[in-house]
Each structure stands twice: as structure tokens, then as C-alpha cells.
Design a protein around this ligand. Structure first.
Ligand code: 3NM
Length: 208
């Protein structure tokens, strides 16, 4: 998959009433180079409508668009990828349905899961939650930056650090070896989304 640095995920509880497209467009303008629709509360029909609009936005800026969980919606809107959790459809089954040329990412919370994801052909893994987060309900305890260090040593596919990452603590994450950062609340919950993303990019680039 194409190289990326800053991955934004929608989190409409943080959008402060702003439109989904407006929020994600501000993030892309600020430097987000891959983004995901994550909506655990809406009906499939509503998620589909959002996905259709976000796919248009992705095309406008030529950035990959990922759909969380819903492989059927990802196929219907021709999304660039899907993101799976540990309890979703097994990766190899998702690959059969979704195809070789699409991006499949999976959340991992320990090195055994990272190894398995690599073995099963994931394009990237999520590594987290690094810090405590309120953005995910069924979240496991923070894995800390130690998990990043383990992944750096062993795993060769791209990984993105996630969970409680803010401008004020991202340096610790980068120092542990992460080169790609993912966030919900710090990006989409910010007053100035574009500026926040620009600052993330500056910090990531400074360490690369
Ligand atoms: N996945 P925020 S943590 C969606 O560890 C998600 O797999 C996680 O939101 C994981 O940036 C998380 O607001 C929430 O903490 C990230």
C-alpha cells in the first residue's frame, strides 16, 4: 500500500455538530493521508450513505478511504480498504471477498496478534491502545509504548500507533519507533483540525 503518516478516523461524538465531510476535508488539507469511517451506532443504510460521501471526498484528494467493519459497504462504495477488529471476519476470509488489491488493516493489542496478522496477509496493523482512551468502548488496557518497541523489532508490515495519542504525547510514541500515527478525538474533536494535523505532520517528519 501507499506510504502514509497520519491516519484519521471519524468519531462523530467529537465533531461538535460539524458535517462529516467538512471535518474530514479539514483533516486531509492538514496532511491526513488515509482516513476511516468508523460508526458503530448507525444503521447499515446510514453508514452506507456516509461511506458514499466520504468516498467522493477521498477521490477528490486521492487519499485512501477505509471502512471499519462493514465489508459489504466497502465493496458497495468501492472503498480502498477495510479495517477489521480481532472479533471480525478472519482476515483470510475477508481477503477472499474483498480482493488482493484492496487494503486490509487489523487492530492488534499484543505481539501474538501482530504476528498472526502479518502471517495472514494484513496490509497494515493498528498497534494500541498506547494510552487510555474514551473513544473505544470495549478497549483493552493501554499497551504502552513497549508494544511499539516489540512490533518495531519483529514485524515487517506497516503499523500505525493508536489510542489516546495527542499532540502533547505523540513524541513518546515516535521515540518508541512509530512512524505512522492514528487518532480520533485529537483530530476530529479539535477546533482547528487543519492546524492540529499540520502539527502532527511536523512532529512525525522531524523524527523520520
Ligand atoms: N482502536 P482516540 S484505540 C478506534 O487500540 C481505536 O485498537 C484502538 O481514539 C485500538 O484517538 C481506538 O480518540 C480509539 O484515543 C482511538
Amino acid at each position: 500500500m501507499k506510504e502514509f503518516r497520519l491516519y484519521a478516523i471519524t468519531g462523530e461524538e467529537f465533531h461538535q455538530g460539524r458535517d462529516l465531510i467538512e471535518v474530514m476535508e479539514a483533516a486531509i488539507v492538514g496532511g491526513v493521508d488515509i482516513f476511516q469511517l468508523r460508526d458503530k451506532n448507525s444503521s447499515k443504510k446510514v453508514v452506507f450513505e456516509k461511506a458514499k460521501r466520504l468516498k467522493e471526498l477521498a477521490q477528490k484528494y486521492s487519499v485512501p478511504f477505509i471502512v471499519n467493519d462493514h465489508i459489504d459497504i466497502a465493496l458497495a462504495v468501492d472503498a480502498d480498504g477495510i479495517h477489521l477488529g480481532q472479533d471480525d471476519l478472519p482476515l483470510q476470509e475477508a481477503r477472499k471477498i474483498f480482493g488482493q488489491n484492496k487494503i486490509i488493516g487489523i487492530s492488534t493489542h499484543e505481539i501474538a496478534e501482530a504476528r498472526e496478522a502479518e502471517l495472514n496477509g494484513a496490509d497494515y496493523i493498528g498497534v494500541g491502545p498506547i494510552f487510555p482512551t474514551k473513544s473505544k468502548v470495549d478497549v483493552v488496557d493501554p499497551v504502552t509504548t513497549k508494544y511499539i518497541e516489540e512490533v518495531v523489532k519483529e514485524i515487517t508490515i506497516p503499523f500505525v500507533a493508536i489510542g489516546g495519542i495527542k499532540l502533547h504525547n505523540v513524541d513518546q510514541v515516535l521515540a518508541a519507533g512509530a512512524t505512522r500515527i492514528c487518532a480520533i478525538s485529537e483530530i476530529v474533536g479539535n477546533e482547528d483540525i487543519t492546524k492540529t494535523c499540520q502539527e502532527f505532520i511536523k512532529k512525525i517528519e522531524a523524527r523520520r
